[in-house]
Design a protein around this ligand. Structure first.
Ligand code: SIN
Length: 487
């Protein structure tokens, strides 16, 4: 891998201000999903190293929390600037280990860094409150304090931004962090550690434990009493396990879990804009985001028109190496992922769906991780494409007739992360926005992700919010002081 700043490529784990090997000296392989090429051997940590990282976080906590918000914010700001300075290298590392096109990877680095910039500013705005006393001689003040050592378990689909979105508010609040990155994408996390050190975070404030045994390390992070908070992004299935494991030490928890986003196009929508929005919401990261449009509902009067233009737009997507010019869709991340996509498409076809475009792996190479951008028509609610989070470049188009019917179908899922709809009628916009049981709703837009808004879900998509003025509260606890002024 050719980088302008080769130091960003690190293969160890970062604990207490040092890159270290695993005690066992064992490593695990990391490969490029584009061609299966082996790109790195990364230190394979276990419980002992995880405990060391937690202890380092605990030792660093007292002095880190004592800094003023402005002082912590200045270090975060430097970290942000370093990320922007090294954007090309960070994006190259990301593309090679994760597969997304380079321009999209640069977009992720900008997105990830924007959380650091935002929370660098928020660090000095951790305001408390004064409350009029309940008795004449009582004064009540509410202060906010950092929770302590935070564990962040992060996914492979955004190897950079899901780290910064958790870690930046935690550090701004005065917490220290132990990050367990996804084993498929540890190199982006390590590159962030290099820049965190250069930005001036003291040893122990920022730690990374790389492992190919996520359940063992995850369990230690969830059960260790020194850790006071867990923030996890990943599947609902794993989120439930971690939540149970956190119960015995009654940790503060935030979970950003799976989604099954409806994308609704009403008959008064601007169809061209809706097609553009659907492409953005469906095919970002080859369909591998929790907020990807999963089920596209189109009102009967414009169904044929939408299907035709959407299919044309999907056919224009270009697959290939993320490093090649003009590529918009990369490979899926691993064999398991592509087999899942094949299974949901097979199920839909067996139950009567028709393929408007795509529908299989690319080319004759059975080992390829490329799945053709696909549009399915004649789909119905008995198919897996209705109930499962597809996490791949497959768009099922459902036909609907009225608002009541589509709201019922949109909400007919245990998930509640993101939803989208297109239409013009103002009364209906309010009504639908209020009726959708989701934490985030895009109205006439397919892109809702930004550091200034609270990202997060309801129902089995989790709880807690990331980004915005609310995001820092996840890493703070309230304390109220009741003061008798006569004593
Ligand atoms: C995710 O897929 O979990 C995050 C997507 C985003 O932040 O836009």
């Amino acid at each position: 891998m050719e980088l302008q700043y080769p130091k960003l490529l690190q293969y160890q784990s970062y604990i207490n201000g040092q890159f270290i090997d695993a005690h066992s000296q064992s490593t695990f392989p990391v490969s490029n999903p584009f061609n299966g090429e082996h790109i790195a051997e990364v230190t394979n940590c276990g419980i002992a190293e995880t405990k060391n990282a937690i202890a380092a976080g605990q030792s660093a906590f007292e002095s880190w929390r004592q800094l003023t918000g402005t002082e912590r914010g200045q270090i975060l700001r430097r970290w942000y600037e370093l990320q922007m300075q090294h954007i090309n290298d960070l994006a190259t590392i990301l593309t090679i280990e994760q597969g997304k096109p380079l321009e999209e990877a640069k977009g992720e680095i900008r997105y990830g860094a924007s959380f650091v910039e935002w929370f660098a500013e928020e660090a000095r705005r951790i305001y408390g409150d004064t409350i009029p006393g309940h008795q004449r001689d009582k004064r009540i003040v509410v202060i906010k304090q950092p929770v302590g050592v935070v564990a962040a378990i992060t996914p492979w689909n955004f190897p950079n931004a899901m780290i910064t979105r958790k870690v930046a508010p935690a550090l701004a609040a005065g917490c220290t962090v132990v990050i367990k990155p996804a084993e498929l994408t540890p190199l982006s996390a390590n590159a962030l550690a290099v820049l965190a050190e250069e930005a001036g975070f003291p040893p122990g404030v920022f730690n990374i434990v790389n492992t190919s045994n996520p359940s063992e390390v995850g369990k230690e992070l969830c059960t260790n009493p020194i850790v006071k908070k867990l923030s996890f992004t990943g599947s609902t299935e794993v989120g439930k396990i971690l939540l149970r494991q956190c119960a015995d030490t009654v940790k503060k928890v935030s979970l950003e879990l799976g989604g099954n986003a409806p994308f609704i196009v009403f008959d008064d929508a601007d169809v061209k804009a809706a097609v553009k929005g659907a492409i953005a919401a469906k095919y970002r990261n080859a369909g591998q985001t929790c907020v990807c449009a999963n089920r596209i509902f189109v009102q009967a009067a414009i169904y044929d028109q939408f299907e035709k233009s959407f299919t044309q737009a999907v056919r224009q997507q270009k697959m290939g190496s993320g490093l090649a010019e003009g590529v918009t869709i990369g490979p899926l991340v691993e064999e398991k992922a592509i087999q899942f996509v094949e299974d949901v498409v097979r199920d839909a076809i067996q139950k009567g769906a028709t393929i408007s475009t795509g529908g299989q792996r690319l080319g004759s190479d059975t080992k390829t991780l490329f799945y053709q951008p696909t549009v399915l028509s004649n789909v119905n609610t008995r198919m897996k494409v209705f109930t499962e989070e597809i996490f791949g470049p497959v768009a099922p188009l459902f036909k609907f007739y009225n608002e009541e019917e589509v709201i019922q179908m949109a909400n007919d899922t245990p998930y509640g992360l993101a939803a989208y709809f297109y239409g013009c009628d103002h009364a209906r916009i309010w009504h639908v926005a209020e009726a959708l049981e989701y934490g985030m709703v895009g109205i006439n837009t397919g892109m809702i992700s930004t550091p200034v808004a609270p990202f997060g879900g309801i129902k089995e998509s989790g709880f807690g919010r990331e980004g915005s003025k609310y995001g820092i509260d996840e890493y703070l606890q309230l304390k109220y002081l009741c003061w008798d002024i006569n004593d």
